[in-house]
Each structure stands twice: as C-alpha cells, then as structure tokens.
Design a protein around this ligand. Sequence first.
Ligand SMILES: Nc1ncnc2c1ncn2[C@@H]1O[C@H](COP(=O)(O)OP(=O)(O)O)[C@@H](O)[C@H]1O
Ligand SMILES: [Mg+2]
Length: 239
Amino acid sequence: MRVFATSLKPGLKRREIMLSLTHVSRQFERASSPVIDDLSLNITNGASVSVRGASGCGKSTLLALMAGLDAPDSGDITVGNATLTRLPPTALDDFRKNQLGMIYQQFNLLDCFNVWDNIAFTARLKGNYVSSRQQSLMRKMGIEHLADAPLGQLSGGEQQRVAICRALNHEPALVLADEPTGNLDEATSDKVASALFDICQNTSTTLVVVTHSADVARLADAEYQLHNGKLHPVQDDGQ
Ligand SMILES: Nc1ncnc2c1ncn2[C@@H]1O[C@H](COP(=O)(O)OP(=O)(O)O)[C@@H](O)[C@H]1O
Ligand SMILES: [Mg+2]
C-alpha cells in the first residue's frame, strides 16, 4: 500500500518522483562482478522503501550511491530535480546539507560533542535549528533524558537513536537509513522504527531503510530484496 502525506516539500508535487536510479552499476576494483548491476528504481515523493538482503550483497553501497557519497560506474541517480551524477562537488555538498538525512550503519557521531549538540549539528549546518523541534524528536525516540550526556556514556542502541534524530533534525527531503534498528532490542526496535516511519510519513519525507528485520521492512510502502546486484520486489503475504 502506498501512502501519500499531504504536506509536501517545496518544489515537489504530489506523486512526483523523488529518487530515481536509472541503469545504475557499481563494481569495486578486484571484484569479479558488479555489486550493483544495471539497477533501476523510482520512489515517489513521501513514499518509503525497505531493502533487505544477505550481508555483503551491496545494501550499504546502494545507500552510498543514493547519498552521492559514492558514484556509479554507469547510470544516473536523480534526487528531486538534481542529477547527482552530474552535480559539481560544491552542489553535491549543498544537496547533502539541505536535502539529505543519513543514518550510517556505524553511526558516525561526533565524539567531541554531547548528545544534544550531535543532534543539533545537521540543523545548525542547514540554518533551520529549532530547539523545541529537536526536543520533540528526542522524546519520540526515547532519548530526551540523555541531552547532556557525553557520547562515551551511551550504549550502542542509544547512539543509534542519536544518529536517527540527527538525520531527521534538519527536515531533509530524503532519509537514507542503514540498519537503523540493528543495535536495538526487539521492543525498542519496534518503537523506534514506527517513530521513524511516522515522522517521515507525516512530513512527506521520502525514506529508504536497509534492514535485516522483516518487521521493520514491512512498515515500508514497498519492500525489496537486493540480490545479485538487483532489487526484487517482495510480495506482501499479509501477515
Ligand atoms: N570501498 C570498497 N572497496 C572495495 N570493496 C568494497 C567497498 N565497499 C564495499 N565493498 C564490497 O562490496 C560488497 C558489498 O558491501 P556492502 O555494500 O557493505 O554490503 P552490505 O551493506 O549489504 O553488507 C562487499 O563484498 C564489500 O566487501
Ligand atoms: Mg551494510
């Protein structure tokens, strides 16, 4: 089922394509075959997609391509009106700063800042920092009480939720989440994943989630399996 929220990002119309990959391939040096192989995908504005697949099948590589952090050997990647594969580096930096929320598999938080300042980072960089919005985000992720904590005191699961808040705090148009609940117990995973999908749906933010969890994958409008460099739709069995 596809769900379309009503509040749309500026410049994009309802049901317009937000993220488009066209015949994208990526092969690393010394690898015998491409990890992403002639892959095409369209995601409409405000929709959510989940991607599952075996370890090493290329899920993080796919997200890095969508983020413009890596470039394909061939094919085009377009986000909104910008073709990432043809943007000059400064425009690519602006795209990531203004449009993209990235939840890295390894978190990539800033050790020298406390929790609050880590989460504030993206919004301060973009220039749309609002402390009440940040507070509400942290409450939804169950980490409001950790605002002043140094990163070194946090568990993996707490750091993961800091990374999620940071990726949402500047109200990006596109959120790419790499195993965002991989460090959480089942109950917390359910709560955090639901909050992530709800926030994105309510703000018409396009969401791509890589996950090993069938329960998390099922929350998405469209489910895919990455195998042999291509995305295969997963049929909803209704369970
Ligand atoms: N920068 C890189 N250089 C060379 N090989 C890489 C690089 N990044 C990933 N790979 C290889 O590409 C494959 C897919 O990696 P990755 O995208 O991290 O998989 P997944 O996230 O699905 O576990 C793996 O075989 C990995 O070793
Ligand atoms: Mg990975």
